[in-house]
Design a protein around this ligand. Structure first.
Ligand SMILES: Cc1ncc(C[n+]2csc(CCOP(=O)(O)OP(=O)(O)O)c2C)c(N)n1
Ligand SMILES: [Mg+2]
Length: 324
């Protein structure tokens, strides 16, 4: 039950997470021209609220998987920040030992099981992971974040059917930012309701969120998590949101002409970071911000001071070997 005390705690946690993701990504934008970051970056700026609202409703042991636009999910689920920056720098101390880069972040301790540059590939993986949790009776649930473009892959349909038939404890979260690279949702689908209609056709409980409110998502996903743990089978939510930066990289791409600035300005006017910040006492808000900025600075310094992997390490952590 929400008391006044735990409501404040939740607001502080939600704000901290939103602020962390926004400022980590702004730091990435500042650093990118120096070429210290060795991997392409698909930024989540503008989309933070979906990851935060969903992940705050999960336990640390619940597992999440996502796509190459995975920074927000990784951080909202509690992924290690120092190891994230080290990974972007290609350093040996990174969460993927410097081999994975921004598109393949993972932190299994924090329940960030996998992200992948291959669109939709984590949907069957997440269904399998969640099925294993049910099979082993761990009580953990899985969540898979997937873009509106990636949903069109055939393996998503196969995964939904399997999940439904086996009552897999998984929530599929479609982050609908309305674009797959530069093509609008309605050029790829017959209608706005298409996604919800076909997800519903698998007889899963489905719901759409249009306004990016992390608190509404937190409340709803808390209920979903209880239902999944009780064995009621998979569920689906579609969350409208907006990517403020270019598809890949730290800049914007309005000059390409595939969307106008007004589309994004509309979302910026209801920026959840600002909205949630206004619900906090100014002194509390300031303290959170100071701590997060310090944490980011320390993570960047950690990445800068860490060594690159040695060329011989290339042969470690791979399947097979000359004696096998
Ligand atoms: C299997 C596969 N096909 C194509 C691509 C190229 N690709 C990278 S991102 C992307 C669009 C993804 O759109 P969406 O799923 O909506 O995610 P968003 O980028 O909007 O977060 C495509 C087609 C890929 N990475 N993997
Ligand atoms: Mg998209």
């Amino acid at each position: 039950m929400r008391t006044s005390e735990n409501s404040h705690k939740l607001l502080e946690e939600v704000y901290k997470s939103l602020f962390l993701i926004r400022h980590v990504e702004e730091k990435i934008c500042d650093l990118y021209p120096t070429d210290k970051i060795k991997s392409p970056v698909h930024l989540s700026i503008g989309q933070e609220a979906v990851s935060v609202g969903v992940c705050k409703a999960l336990t640390r042991e619940d597992g999440v998987m996502g796509s190459c636009r995975g920074h927000a999910m990784y951080l909202a689920k509690g992924g290690n920040l120092k190891q994230m920056f080290a990974e972007l720098y290609g350093k040996r101390t990174g969460c993927g030992k410097g081999r994975a880069g921004s598109m393949h972040l993972a932190d299994v301790q924090a329940g960030v099981i996998a992200t992948s540059a291959i669109m939709a590939s984590t949907v069957p993986l997440a269904v399998g992971w969640a099925y294993a949790q049910a099979y082993q009776n761990t009580g953990n649930i899985g969540v898979c974040f997937v873009g509106d473009g990636a949903l069109d892959e055939g393996c998503v349909h196969e995964s939904f059917l399997f999940a439904k038939q086996k009552k897999v404890p998984i929530l599929i979260v479609c982050e609908n930012n309305e674009y797959a690279i530069h093509s609008h949702f309605l050029t790829r689908h017959p209608s706005k309701d298409y996604i919800l209609n076909w997800a519903s056709s698998y007889e899963m409980k489905c719901k759409r969120f249009e306004d990016d409110d992390p608190l509404a998502l937190y409340d709803y996903v808390g209920g979903v998590a209880d239902e999944l743990r009780s064995g009621s089978g998979p569920q689906f939510i579609e969350c409208y949101t907006s990517r403020w930066k270019e598809h890949v990289g730290p800049g914007d791409d309005f000059k390409l002409g595939y969307r106008g600035t007004e589309e994004v300005e509309k979302w910026k006017r209801k920026d959840q970071l600002i909205r949630i910040g206004k619900l906090l006492k100014p002194t509390v808000k300031q303290k959170i911000e100071q701590n997060v900025l310090k944490e980011i600075q320390e993570a960047v310094e950690f990445a800068e001071c860490s060594p690159f992997p040695k060329p011989t390490e290339l042969y470690e952590n791979v399947y097979g070997g000359e004696n096998e």
